[in-house]
Write a protein that binds this ligand. Structure first.
Ligand SMILES: Cc1cc2nc3c(=O)[nH]c(=O)nc-3n(C[C@H](O)[C@H](O)[C@H](O)COP(=O)(O)OP(=O)(O)OC[C@H]3O[C@@H](n4cnc5c(N)ncnc54)[C@H](O)[C@@H]3O)c2cc1C
Ligand code: SF4
Ligand code: SF4
Length: 384
């Protein structure tokens, strides 16, 4: 098939779609806003204990390596879509993105300017491991036959939940930050002094299932990632005390009950939503929560508190929806028009992949992206 498809977004959804298309001999233009490929999940840690916990993180690096080796995938880093016009094919106007790393910003991903292939995690500009990044971006127009939108999600910003003290108290971090630290350091580090945290509290549903933030959905991935990270830490450092504050545990998979039973002996599970987090002596943080069983307020002190942030719509969605002329759902994700064909949109030739339509874990994102490729091939086959 002598066709060309643009994939917008270089996270695991976009990478999987690009790879599948290239295997079908379709030329792919892969457009990524940041300077790196891989999206959020390229920075995730392996959560294996004495056995694989099937978190999916290693799959991302495998797919990324395959994409980088494909001659028929053109990668445009630091590039965004500005306009799309359909006249038979799609004429897409691209512009250089403003997304440039800030001084000392921790970044993860793959940079095409580093040979041999390298996944970068760390302070790109400052570290000894410094790498070159694509500062140029692509400008101009490209003609393509179809588009796959794989622009992913934005994690909940916990500064909006002021009582949790994120960015105010040093030892309150997000689960995304913990993923990156565990990947590079293999232990949970206290930002205050760089030492290993020996008592850790995870707080679930941060930003999700919330009327206040108009985000009433369950993010689906945070119970599994928190439980897996907790059991991985406990396995590596058995002297660590771990608490998890939750409303109810969701979506831990087929072996849920045995997994949970096994975890209960190692980890303290508390059914409560913490109200407040505040600083204590020696850079510790105190969590105030309502004990529903004893019906009274309690306080618990931790070395490190981890906020299990949820999956929110990409903050670019509103602007993107105007450019591609596709409506968003009431919650701000891109909505499919047919639940049985979850990649279809109201515009022929434009398809959706991954968390751009709502919460998904890595493996569900990959299968959604494969579905988007099937729809694209059907569309291209019909066009001839
Ligand atoms: C803290 C945390 C931990 C998690 N841990 C796990 C886990 O252990 N296992 C698991 O299975 N799942 C986990 N998940 C879920 C996982 O992150 C998602 O399944 C996965 O990242 C979805 O991939 P994606 O490609 O849809 O989106 P993303 O990873 O968000 O990638 C989207 C890409 O599109 C780019 N982009 C965005 N806007 C534009 C634009 N306008 N133009 C061009 N490019 C754009 C972004 O820069 C990014 O590279 C976790 C999620 C969180 C929040
Ligand atoms: S990264 Fe996840 S899926 Fe891969 S080996 Fe480790 S635990 Fe298993
Ligand atoms: S997966 Fe768990 S932590 Fe995440 S929103 Fe659902 S219930 Fe809350």
């Amino acid at each position: 098939m002598n066709k060309k498809v643009m994939v917008l977004g270089g996270g695991i959804a976009g990478l999987s779609a690009a790879l599948e298309l290239s295997k079908k001999n379709i030329q792919v233009e892969l457009v990524e806003k940041t300077c790196f490929l891989g999206g959020k999940s390229i920075g995730f840690t392996c959560k294996a204990t004495d056995k694989c916990q099937q978190c999916g993180a290693c799959v991302v690096e495998e797919v990324l390596r395959d994409v980088v080796e494909q001659p028929n995938i053109n990668v445009h880093l630091r590039t965004e879509m500005e306009q799309v016009v359909k006249n038979g094919r799609f004429k897409v106007k691209l512009k250089k993105s403003n997304s440039i790393p800030k001084e000392n910003q921790i970044l993860t991903g793959f940079s095409k300017y580093n040979s041999p292939y390298k996944v970068v995690i760390g302070n790109v500009q400052g570290s000894e491991d410094a790498v070159s990044i694509d500062r140029l971006g692509t400008e101009g127009e490209l003609d393509v036959d179809a588009l796959i939108i794989a622009t992913g999600f934005t994690p909940f910003d916990p500064t909006a939940r002021a009582t949790y003290g994120y960015k105010r108290w040093g030892n309150v971090i997000t689960a995304l930050e913990l993923e990156n630290t565990l990947r590079t350091e293999v232990k949970a580090i206290k930002p205050s002094d760089g030492q290993r945290a020996k008592k850790i509290g995870f707080i679930q549903c941060v930003g999700s299932r919330s009327q206040t933030f108009n985000s009433v959905w369950c993010s689906e991935v945070c119970c599994p990632y928190a439980l897996r990270m907790a059991s991985m830490i406990k396995h590596k450092y058995p002297d660590t005390e771990i608490w998890i504050f939750f409303i109810d545990i969701q979506n831990v998979g087929k072996e849920y009950s045995s997994f949970l039973e096994q975890i209960k002996s190692d980890i303290k599970l508390v059914t409560a939503t913490p109200i407040d987090i505040f600083p204590a002596q020696d850079n510790k943080v105190k969590v105030a929560y309502e004990d529903d069983i004893e019906d009274r307020r309690k306080l618990e002190e931790f070395d490190l508190v981890v906020l299990s942030v949820g999956i929110m719509p990409n903050k670019d969605n509103k602007e993107l929806s105007k450019i591609i002329n596709i409506d968003l759902s009431e919650h701000g994700f891109f909505s499919d028009i047919d639940p049985l064909r979850p990649s279809l949109t109201s515009r022929e030739g434009i398809f959706l992949a991954g968390t751009t339509t709502g919460p998904k874990d890595i493996l569900s994102t990959i299968s959604h992206a494969k579905g988007a490729v099937c729809e694209t091939l059907t569309y291209l086959g019909g066009k001839k």
